[in-house]
Ligand binder design. Structure first.
Ligand code: PGA
Length: 258
C-alpha cells in the first residue's frame, strides 16, 4: 500500500504574518527545483497561528503547499469568545486541521469527547482532520502506551464514523514533543503498526489508506530513518519547522525513501 507522505509544520504560537511571508519566500525557493516531486512524492502543509492563516494562505496560492489550522471549535457559530469555526477555516482555504494536539489536551483541558465532536464537525467538510494521539512518559513507563493511544483513537472513530481515509492520525509521544528526545524509529513503528491494525479492524481497507504521521522532535537528522518505517507516512514537525532550511530538508527526506 503506497500512501503519499504528508509533512506538516505546526508553528504553534510562533511566526507573525511578516515572519511567515519571509519563511515562505525562503522555503519555496528551496523547494522550487523539486516542484514535480512535491506533487507526486510528498504533500506539504503548514499550520500557522490563526491570525496568520489569511496572509500565509495567499502566499501559498499556486505553490502546491497546503494550509492547515492548529485547532477549531466543534460548534459552527455562536457565543464562543476567542474561538474559530469550521466555516471560517474553509473560507480561508484550509485543507487540514489539527485536533487533539497534546498541548491542547494538557494546557487547555481538552478531553476525548470534545475532540470527537471536532472530528464530527470536520466529517464531510473540505478540511481533513489530523488527529493527534500519544502517551505521557508516566503512561509509557507503566506499559499503558497502546491502551492510551487506542482509547484516544476509538473515542473519535465511534463518533465520527464516516471519516474513512479523510482522517490523518499523528502519533506524538508527549515525552518526545519539544524535548529533543525522539522515539527510536523502531519504537515509533511499533505504535504506528498498532494504530494501523486498530484502523484496519474498524474501517477495513480504508484503514490501510489512512496516513499515520510521527511527531516529536523530528529534525533533518532523524527524519529519513523515521520516514523509512513501513507505517510512518509523514511527520508533524514543531520546532524544526520554524526554520525554512530545516523544514525543507525534512520534506526532501521523503524523496529518499525507496
Ligand atoms: P516538536 O513538536 O517537533 O517541537 O517536538 C511537535 C508537535 O508538537 O507537533
Amino acid at each position: 500500500m503506497s500512501r503519499l507522505p504528508l509533512i506538516c509544520a505546526n508553528w504553534k504560537m510562533n511566526h507573525t504574518a511578516s515572519e511567515a511571508t519571509r519563511f515562505l519566500q525562503d522555503f519555496v525557493s528551496r523547494m522550487a527545483a523539486h516542484r514535480s516531486a512535491l506533487d507526486e512524492r510528498v504533500e506539504i502543509a503548514i499550520a500557522p497561528a490563526h491570525p496568520v492563516l489569511d496572509r500565509l494562505g495567499r502566499g501559498l496560492e499556486g505553490s502546491g503547499i497546503q494550509l492547515a489550522a492548529q485547532n477549531l471549535h466543534a460548534e459552527e457559530s455562536g457565543a464562543f469568545t476567542g474561538e474559530v469555526s469550521l466555516s471560517m477555516l474553509v473560507d480561508l482555504g484550509c485543507r487540514y486541521a489539527l485536533i487533539g494536539h497534546s498541548e491542547r489536551r494538557a494546557l487547555f483541558g481538552e478531553k476525548d469527547p470534545e475532540i470527537a465532536a471536532k472530528a464530527l464537525r470536520l466529517q464531510g467538510s473540505p478540511i481533513r482532520p489530523i488527529l493527534c494521539v500519544g502517551e505521557t512518559l508516566e503512561e509509557r513507563d507503566r506499559g499503558a502506551t497502546l491502551d492510551v493511544v487506542g482509547q484516544q483513537l476509538s473515542s473519535v472513530l465511534e463518533v465520527a464514523d464516516g471519516l474513512g481515509d479523510e482522517l490523518v492520525v499523528a502519533y506524538e509521544p508527549v515525552w518526545a514533543i519539544g524535548t529533543g528526545r525522539t522515539a527510536t524509529p523502531e519504537t515509533a513503528q511499533e505504535v504506528h503498526a498498532a494504530i494501523r491494525k486498530a484502523l484496519s479492524d474498524r474501517l477495513g481497507r480504508a484503514g490501510d489508506r489512512i496516513r499515520i504521521l510521527y511527531g516529536g522532535s523530528v529534525n533533518p537528522s532523524n527524519a529519513g530513518e523515521l520516514l523509512s518505517q513501513p507505517d510512518i507516512d509523514g511527520a508533524l514537525v514543531g520546532g524544526a519547522s520554524l526554520d525554512p532550511e530545516a523544514f525543507a530538508r525534512i520534506a526532501l527526506a521523503c524523496l529518499e525513501i525507496p
